[in-house]
Design a protein. Structure first.
Length: 365
């Protein structure tokens, strides 16, 4: 061994471990580092959303005390209300009090229901979640299936028909489709109920998740399950319509980007079945972009079901948020805003995790 190599070896020994080697072993792995970075970024974003939401609610040109007590309230009553709820304090003090309560799980008391906002969210969110989950199952199965079929029959009649169907699903207004389906399936044909979560003669199942279909299955109440499923089909189908159109178009584009790749041709040249080529090679490569769209659509469906919930008299978070905005219920508005922000953060976080599952490059040690 030369003197130069011996000197470099001695320097390496005396220098000790480098900066990357001194870090924990989990941090040196790409996937845990990727997840930790996304989690910390989500916390910072959530804090920023609380600040922005608080400032926007304070900028509304209306008096919360008048909105809560009515126009007939006396000045003394209004002053007492402002003092009790801390509305006379400076904005900085109000925000600090709000953040302290938020860290303890206290979102305030709703002015319209006179319940805690956290309790209201616990009641209304499961109803909307039940709608959104069924809507996204419909949209994912039908939309991804239509997109694959359109790509496989590119520029032939199935492709043209499915493109017209997807464009129609995107273009049709939600409220119009809801009213048409309600008129046909409830009023004309009598196949499905018109609104609500259960028939008046039905008793809700014992509360576990708040979703009637799931809770009925958990307790073996099959009649309640069937009735709850019948009530949820129509509003879920309305919510799924536009998502089906978007997923069809995105899946078709993603599959077409992959289907002409060299490794797909090689798989077909080896004599693999078309099912294996499509689902084992093409679809897996196209899934990352499709999953991104599915995540965003799920968040949109979960937080944007206001029209559908009002038309079908569905007691969900969209209807609750609409009523809170109409009555200037600031604690409820803040609670709904935080819920919407948290939904998008969680969905994006889950999508990032799925990238690590689908893309081997993120899992490299």
């Amino acid at each position: 061994m030369s003197l130069r190599s011996e000197a470099s070896s001695a320097e390496a020994v005396t220098a000790g471990p480098g900066p990357s080697e001194s870090r924990p072993s989990w941090y040196r792995r790409p996937l845990p580092r990727f997840v930790a970075g996304r989690f910390l970024a989500s916390l910072v974003i959530l804090f920023g959303i609380t600040l922005i939401s608080f400032m926007l609610t304070q900028a509304v040109p209306a008096d919360p005390a008048v909105a809560a007590l009515g126009q007939q309230a006396t000045p003394a009553q209004l002053a007492n209300y402002r003092e009790v709820h801390g509305l006379d304090d400076p904005l900085v003090v109000q925000y600090v009090h709000y953040m302290k309560n938020l860290l303890h799980g206290n979102l305030g008391v709703s002015q319209q229901t006179h319940n805690s906002v956290m309790a209201d969210l616990g009641s209304f969110v499961p109803a909307t979640l039940e709608l959104a989950l069924l809507a996204m199952v419909m949209a994912t199965v039908i939309g991804v299936g239509f997109g694959i079929l359109a790509a496989l029959y590119r520029d032939r009649w199935p492709d043209h028909v499915l493109r017209v169907v997807s464009l129609s699903g995107i273009s049709v207004p939600v409220f119009w489709l809801a009213l048409v389906l309600l008129y046909l399936f409830f009023y004309v044909w009598g196949l499905l109920p018109g609104g609500g979560r259960l028939d008046p003669s039905m008793t809700p199942p014992p509360h576990v998740t708040g979703m009637y279909t799931v809770d009925a299955l958990l307790h073996g109440q099959w009649s309640v399950f069937v009735n709850a499923l019948q009530h949820v089909i129509l509003p879920s189908a309305v919510l799924a319509a536009s998502s089906i159109g978007l997923l069809t178009r995105y899946t078709r584009s993603a599959v077409l980007d992959v289907i002409d790749q060299d490794y797909v041709r090689a798989a077909r040249a080896q004599g693999l079945s078309e099912r294996t080529v499509v689902f084992g090679y093409v679809l897996r490569a196209a899934l990352p972009s499709v999953i991104t769209v599915i995540g965003l659509l799920f968040a949109n469906v979960l937080t944007g079901a206001v029209l559908v919930e009002n038309i079908f008299a569905w007691p969900g978070i969209g209807r609750y948020g609409y009523q809170a905005a109409s009555t200037l219920d600031l604690p409820a508005i803040m609670g709904v805003s935080l819920f919407v922000a948290l939904v998008y953060l969680v969905v994006n976080f889950v999508v990032d995790l799925l990238y690590g599952v689908l893309d081997p490059r993120i899992r490299v040690t």
